[in-house]
Ligand binder design. Structure first.
Ligand code: GLY
Ligand code: MN
Ligand code: MN
Length: 435
């Protein structure tokens, strides 16, 4: 893996020329009072270093005569390590993480300027750590003040996140192997959930069994708070209470993904709690499934990022008209976004180190074009939120549809030939989700 991180740093350095890039580790998060959450490194920091401790700074200075990659880390400290875990320490940061030079984090102010004073600009992303943002500004301003004495030094701070996001958007084999494992574990969990769901059980029981499998198989845990939503709960897009008892005639919507080796999967399936769809549930499900399949067919190199979304919206709108939930001419309904009360979110996002991964979606007027190595979700849905008031020119919503919420979500890799549905191992055909 070290050669992988080194390659990424080289790629970044080739893009920043005479600049110096600075990356800050994620802060330790407090759960409540002084109890800490599991530590999760900042994705950019991890992508470039593989280093997963807090209180660290990585510096890339391609123009520096001796040190191109510098790590500032927490020093070894027996007493603190007893409480919070073993630290890599300064010496091992060079050996294990390939730094040309490493220093204790406390020496940042003293040592950083030598890596900046010949740089033409600083690459840095102003993040949530206000104190560290101030530290960067302080050094920048100080070097600007002394610029006349040297005739060198940074005269701009450029955001580093755009460069990183264009790199992270294309996944290589190493990354895809990790994503495939994150997918494989979540596929097993979803299939298990389908087996064990019966009327009378509680949503949290299903959540517990899913997340049990995530950890049991070596995953870091859920990629995001698992959504296990029966009946009308499925109409709440981010329902995470998961505390209701499931009833015979309800659908169960499960949106759960696994984090593995810092990479994520993101899968949604919807199936009948009691084993058989009602007529209304089936009619809506067929529309979502068709929209999802046709959207997936739009995933191929050269197509616009939003081609799957446009296709999904068209199929969903046509379906809603057929069922009498919308009325009017399809193109006009789409243009006026009349589908929005039933489909209020987008069809896709990038997936990777972050669940909603970095990567540009739109370049001004032009959408991002799909390229091999990108991974995106395809997740259309229909939600007949109870008490939805129809628009003025639209029909009243027959109560028999109310409270049905459906989403089907797969993770799709763009390949040279078209696409690969990474999450194909979880069934979604009606005959396969009925029991
Ligand atoms: N579960 C988050 C998402 O589907 O985007
Ligand atoms: Mn999801
Ligand atoms: Mn998603």
């Amino acid at each position: 893996m070290q050669s992988e991180y080194r390659q990424r740093r080289e790629q970044l350095m080739s893009k920043i020329g005479n600049g110096t890039a600075i990356f800050r580790s994620a802060p330790t998060a407090v759960m409540h009072n002084d109890v800490e959450y599991n530590y999760r490194q900042d994705s950019d920091f991890f992508y470039l270093t593989g280093f997963n401790e807090p209180q660290a700074v990585a510096v890339l200075a391609p123009h520096h005569a001796e040190h191109r990659f510098i790590l500032f880390v927490q020093p070894k400290d027996r007493e603190k390590e007893v409480w919070s875990g073993y630290r890599c320490g300064v010496d091992a940061a060079k050996e294990l993480y390939g730094a040309d030079e490493a220093y204790p984090i406390a020496e940042l102010d003293e040592k950083l300027p030598q890596y900046l004073e010949k740089a033409e600009r600083i690459y840095y992303h102003f993040g949530r750590d206000r104190n560290f943002n101030d530290t960067i500004l302080k050094h920048y301003q100080s070097l600007l003040r002394t610029y006349p004495k040297r005739g060198t030094g940074p005269v701009a701070i450029e955001d580093s996140s755009l460069i990183l996001s264009s790199m992270r958007l294309i996944k290589n084999k190493t990354e895809l192997d990790l994503m495939r494992r994150a997918v494989e574990i979540a596929v097993e969990a979803h299939n298990h959930a389908l087996q064990i769901t019966t009327p009378g059980r509680y949503e949290y029981e299903i959540q517990a069994e899913i997340e049990h499998i995530f950890r049991l198989r070596g995953g870091m845990g859920p990629a995001y708070p698992s959504i296990v939503a029966a009946g009308r709960n499925a109409c709440v897009l981010h329902y995470i209470e998961n505390n209701c008892q499931m009833q015979e005639n309800e659908l169960l919507l499960i949106d759960a993904g696994c984090a593995y080796g810092y990479y994520n999967s993101d899968i949604t399936r919807t199936f009948p709690v009691g084993g058989k769809f009602t007529g209304e549930q089936k009619a809506l499900y067929e529309i979502v499934l068709e929209a999802q399949k046709q959207a997936i067919a739009e995933v191929k190199p050269g197509n616009a990022f939003d081609a799957p979304h446009k296709k999904a919206v068209r199929i969903l709108t046509e379906g809603l008209v057929e069922l009498g939930l919308l009325k009017g001419e399809i193109d006009k309904l789409i243009e006026e976004e009349k589908y929005k009360p039933f489909y209020m979110h987008r069809t896709s996002h990038w997936l990777g180190l972050d669940v909603h991964d970095v990567g540009i979606y739109q370049h001004g007027e032009n959408p991002q074009l799909l390229q091999p190595g990108q991974v995106l979700t395809i997740e259309p849905g229909l939600y007949i939120v109870p008490d939805t008031q129809p628009a003025e020119d639209q029909p009243a919503i027959d109560p028999r549809w109310a409270g049905i919420g459906i989403r089907i979500e797969d993770d799709v890799l763009v390949t040279a030939e078209g696409n690969e549905v990474l999450t194909a191992g979880v069934p979604k055909e009606i005959e396969d989700v009925e029991r």
